[in-house]
Design a protein around this ligand. Structure first.
Ligand SMILES: [Zn+2]
Length: 208
């Protein structure tokens, strides 16, 4: 990959692994795939979901509510999640087996108590920037490949925001796993296709 391209590795954290706070089925299967493709990239960026314990997205902070219910917040609809990726806990750590020594940045997100942030670029209020677009542009990066967890939430929102910010974007589909809540995976792929997000496999990438 040339220096205008970056790999964006989304939320490959214990919280999203089997046994984690918000386990994604087969989530740990992405780690070896990511390690294989990462060797192709000069530029790599991690995201890390990084919530305070009193975060608004946790059902435990809304008495009487259950995980996966939806509520209305000041910025719109919010799914309530089980407690996950609390700052400084093992649940929030990046997976130990990730082997991407050339990674240059970790973008932490979801640290504002009152706003969730699925996307690596924009928080869920759709106004607060994480700074990632400006960082990539300052480094002359014009194209991003995405992988990680979960396909239908943080990967998809990041890919859509990458397109909105003017980047080329493609998702490495076998380097991702989904939550798939109420058809969310199909909806996410539809939205990404409409927005011009590419879809590629690790095998295609490694052969290219
Ligand atoms: Zn989260």
């Amino acid at each position: 990959m040339n220096s205008n391209t970056a790999l964006l590795i989304v939320d490959v954290q214990y919280g999203f692994m089997p046994g984690g706070g918000l386990a994604v089925a087969d989530g740990d299967a992405v780690v070896p795939v990511i390690n294989r493709v990462a060797s192709l990239f000069k530029n790599a960026v991690f995201t890390q979901d990084w919530h305070p314990a009193n975060h608004v997205s946790f059902s435990s902070n809304h008495p009487g509510r259950q995980p996966f219910e939806t509520i209305s917040l000041h910025y719109g609809e919010q799914i309530l999640w089980p407690t996950h990726c609390v700052q400084g806990t093992r649940d929030a750590d990046l997976h130990d087996d990730l082997l991407v020594p050339q990674a240059q940045l970790i973008i932490r997100k979801g640290f504002h108590r009152d706003v969730d942030s699925y996307s690596a670029f924009m928080e869920a209020d759709r106004k607060t920037s994480t700074g990632l677009a400006a960082y990539l542009k300052a480094r002359g990066i014009t194209s991003v490949y995405l992988c990680g967890l979960a396909t239908d939430y943080c990967v998809a929102w990041s890919a859509l925001d990458a397109r909105s910010a003017g980047f080329e974007a493609a998702v490495i589909e076998d380097a991702c796993r989904a939550i798939d809540l109420n058809g969310s995976l199909q909806k996410a792929w539809h939205a990404m296709t409409e927005a011009g997000v590419g879809r590629i496999t690790s095998a295609q990438l490694l052969a290219s």
